[in-house]
Design a protein around this ligand. Structure first.
Ligand SMILES: Cc1cc2nc3c(=O)[nH]c(=O)nc-3n(C[C@H](O)[C@H](O)[C@H](O)COP(=O)(O)OP(=O)(O)OC[C@H]3O[C@@H](n4cnc5c(N)ncnc54)[C@H](O)[C@@H]3O)c2cc1C
Length: 461
């Protein structure tokens, strides 16, 4: 019987446990113990039901195109509970000189694929529009890794970084485009430059290829669960037959005579293999005595903090809000809010028809700067900025603040080289596998894939 320890009970650790459970059911002789430091499992997947609304404290959905989350939901029998975003009503606004300006139709991240909507949009100056036209003539380029900001600036200029690239990426990674690696965060854009030079030309070529092929049914951009993301964690837990320990922070991890000794509190146990599904800085700490070099590489993966605020309003507010999914706030606008989602439009099941549900988001330095404030003070900041941006003066029916300290990995320039070094160093420690959002994708689907891959690696032993 192979004994495996999983350290960390977020979605990465739970996905690893479920994959081991499947191996076990298929006849592989394996058992597992999962250690989680918190009193509950699920990590940042947390959902509350308030006043008829479904409020997500952490992730609210996942990208449909990445199949691992949808596949997992289906294997768990949650296929009927999957719901897609209401893309017909999709509109995103960017706060531009104090006014909400709709993102022009046909903009794929920052690449215009339709001329007229972009030309007529007040989002960009004429200088940037001219850069977009000139971009079509850029030659191929095979440069080393660089920051997303420098890549976007080379193609479209500084304004595009400020208005789009930075707020879009901050919403996902909680960090700044100036600090994020192009190759790790936007590999497709790196490849497009490699093959075509111009991103505009690459995008048009890809669209021509798609329209020449057989028509595929449109899939929603985001998928989620009717009963919220926490339901995914709870369903996973209900299918696990291994030992699940909560309030069990692991302090040390040591190889010992071909085994791994896991120490949590007063207890130590031996395992044949261990899956470390922790944020990289915590993994670095517990691996320091065993693999100082590996620990150093893990500690170098930066993490950012974020704060989400869920607010419920009445029917009058719902009718007064603009249509669409919400808005993003570029740093240059001088606000603390980074983004707000109109949840009642994006996922209509999540709020009754007579309620508006807003999810506001602070990230990076702006989250750190207000961290010490009370929930009431944070709600006060949100209300002031919503009044400035939307003219929203009404008091919310409810407001909830959720703080996530160092929960979002930031893939810095050179991240993929660091991953190569981490993988090489792990090979020197047989029986050790890593999973989590520090490596090859921060989103829920990538974390699930990382957990499954780690389980496959140790189950082969
Ligand atoms: C506010 C927010 C919004 C997000 N929105 C989205 C979204 O909409 N879509 C999307 O796809 N992704 C989103 N993400 C990203 C995604 O949710 C996370 O990257 C992913 O859930 C991380 O899962 P994880 O299991 O790797 O880490 P975590 O969820 O952080 O789990 C790690 C676990 O390890 C435990 N732990 C820590 N130290 C120890 C120890 N010493 N011993 C034992 N256990 C320990 C922790 O308590 C925690 O439960 C969001 C993230 C945040 C924070």
């Amino acid at each position: 019987m192979t004994r495996i320890a999983i350290i960390g009970g977020g979605i990465s650790g739970l996905a690893a446990a479920f994959a081991l459970e499947e191996h076990r059911r298929a006849g592989v002789e394996v058992n597992y113990t999962l250690y989680e430091s918190a009193p509950r499992l699920g990590g940042v997947l947390r959902t509350e039901h308030i006043d008829g609304c479904l409020v997500e404290a952490g992730p609210d959905s996942f990208i449909t195109e990445k199949p691992w989350a949808t596949d997992l939901c289906r294997s768990l029998g949650l296929g009927d509970e999957l719901i897609g975003s209401s893309d017909a009503d999709r509109k995103t606004y960017i706060l531009t000189r104090g006014r909400l300006v709709e993102m022009p139709d046909g903009l794929m991240f920052m690449v215009p694929t339709k001329i007229m909507p972009t030309v007529l949009s007040p989002l960009f100056s004429w200088k940037t529009k001219l850069r977009m036209a000139k971009e079509l003539f850029l030659p191929r380029n095979h440069g080393p890794d660089e920051s997303v900001a420098s890549f976007v600036e080379r193609h479209y200029g500084r304004e595009m970084v400020d208005r789009l690239a930075d707020p879009l990426l901050s919403g996902i990674y909680g960090g700044e485009a100036a600090n994020l690696s192009l190759r790790a965060v936007l590999p497709r854009f790196h490849d497009m430059e490699d093959s075509h030079g111009s991103l505009g030309r690459a995008m048009l070529a890809a669209r021509r290829k798609v329209s020449a092929g057989p028509k595929k049914p449109a899939i929603p951009i985001f998928t989620t669960l009717k009963n919220g993301m926490q339901h995914l964690a709870e369903t996973l837990v209900s299918r696990l037959t291994g030992t699940l320990l909560t309030n069990a922070p692991v302090q040390a991890l040591q190889p010992q005579a071909g085994d791994w000794l896991v120490s949590a509190g007063m207890h130590s146990d031996c395992f044949d293999a261990v899956i470390v599904a922790l944020p990289a800085p915590v993994a670095a700490q517990i691996l320091r005595p065993t693999g100082p070099e590996l620990s150093g590489e893990l500690a170098a993966v930066q993490y950012g903090s974020s704060i989400t605020v869920g607010l419920g309003y009445d029917r009058d507010v719902r009718q007064s809000l603009p249509p669409g999914f919400g808005f993003l706030v570029p740093r240059s606008e001088g606000k603390r809010l980074l983004a707000a989602t109109f949840v009642h439009n994006k996922f209509p099941h999540r709020a009754p028809e007579d309620r508006a549900l807003l999810r506001c988001f602070f990230a990076g330095g702006n989250a750190e700067n207000i961290w010490h404030l009370s929930d009431d003070e944070i709600v006060g900041i949100v209300r002031t900025e919503l009044q400035q941006i939307l003219g929203l003066r009404s008091a919310p029916l409810f407001a909830r603040v959720y703080k996530w300290k160092s929960a979002m990995a930031q893939y810095g320039v050179g991240h993929l080289d660091r991953l190569d070094r981490i993988e090489r160093l792990c090979q020197q420690l047989p029986g050790l596998a890593l999973a989590g959002n520090a490596y090859r994708g921060i989103g829920v689907p990538d974390c699930i894939r990382s957990g499954r891959d780690a389980a496959a690696q140790v189950a082969k032993m």
